[in-house]
Design a protein. Structure first.
Length: 312
């Protein structure tokens, strides 16, 4: 998780350092392996409480988001938000390691994705920082034809791939670092889609550099959303799907929704088309967050404009 600083100066999310909170969750991951989830939950609360008290920025950003859905949200709801994130961090590690019970994962709308994969045709999956998306790895393992490549805005993709390989050598997910969309990367991605592979890219974080954003309505305000997923889908001429994970009952739902059979970006109306695709994604995300408000883990000033953003 990105370390959230104070509210004095808004910084791009990618400039925030690694948090000791994640290190604490790694420690509790091993506690879970030794003693089980009940003990993990007991020991998790001090970590959550200390982090909540020590991070005024995180408190402000969490409550600022929650109050868009629950106007009366206070410290109890804020703690519940961070607690769910902590528990989800454990589930992410379990999912990567192949230890999360698949009986607790419900899938929705996967028929079209499986049919696409069975035909040897790939697609772009636009995702968000919700729930435990690492469960798509479990889906890939149970359906070998579903190969997922996750595009990330970080230069640590190779290191993350080594961690994934260590936790689960049979993983069906690979991370690809994307700093900017150049011709070489476009050709690599086109080859993967042509081979029937899927490209997953977050649609709810402003890119580090090089790419553009659009500002669209979201949860009662306007926020910047990246256009990268729609540019890639348009360039590759492939379908665009929504892929989200949300808590449901004692487990998770992994949901897919077809957003576009093809992403058309007419030259004279390119910016308007990109904005429309981003708006459709933002609307679909908002519907899910109203159903499961604690499941969104962007702990920074999402509705503010970072200086690094380039707008269309």
């Amino acid at each position: 998780m990105a370390k959230v600083l104070g509210m004095k100066a808004q910084r791009h999310w990618a400039s925030m350092g690694e948090s000791t909170f994640v290190a604490g969750i790694w420690l509790l991951f091993f506690v879970h392996r030794l003693l089980g989830r009940k003990v993990f939950r007991v020991l998790m609360w001090p970590v959550v409480l200390v982090y909540w008290l020590a991070q005024p920025g995180l408190r402000a950003h969490s409550l600022g988001y929650l109050r868009r859905l629950q106007p009366s949200a206070g410290w109890r709801q804020g703690l519940a938000h961070v607690r769910l994130f902590a528990e989800t961090m454990l589930d992410k590690l379990l999912a990567i390691a192949g230890r999360y019970p698949l009986s607790r994962v419900r899938t929705k709308g996967t028929e079209a994705v499986h049919a696409q994969a069975a035909k040897g045709q790939g697609a772009v999956l636009v995702t968000a920082h919700t729930g435990c998306l690492e469960l798509c790895q479990a889906l890939a393992e149970t359906h070998p034809e579903l190969k997922v490549n996750v595009l990330v805005h970080t230069k640590h993709a190779e290191s993350f791939n080594r961690i994934l390989a260590r936790l689960n050598p049979r993983r069906g997910v690979e991370l690809i670092e994307v700093s900017e969309l150049d011709m070489g990367l476009t050709l690599r991605l086109a080859e993967r889609v042509a081979a029937g592979e899927f490209l997953a890219i977050a649609g709810d974080r402003v890119p580090v550099r090089g790419s553009k954003t659009v500002r669209v309505p979201f949860l009662g305000g306007e926020a910047d959303f990246p256009v990268g997923p729609y540019l890639i889908a348009g360039l590759l001429g492939c379908p665009l799907y929504l892929m989200l994970s949300l808590h449901e009952g004692a487990g998770y739902s992994l949901e897919f929704e077809l957003l576009a059979e093809r992403v058309h970006l007419p030259r004279r109306a390119r910016d308007a088309a990109l904005a429309e695709h981003a708006r459709c994604f933002a609307d679909a995300l908002a519907v899910r967050l109203r159903r499961s408000p604690y499941d969104w883990f962007n702990f920074y000033a999402f509705w503010d404009r970072p200086d690094a953003a380039h707008h269309v």
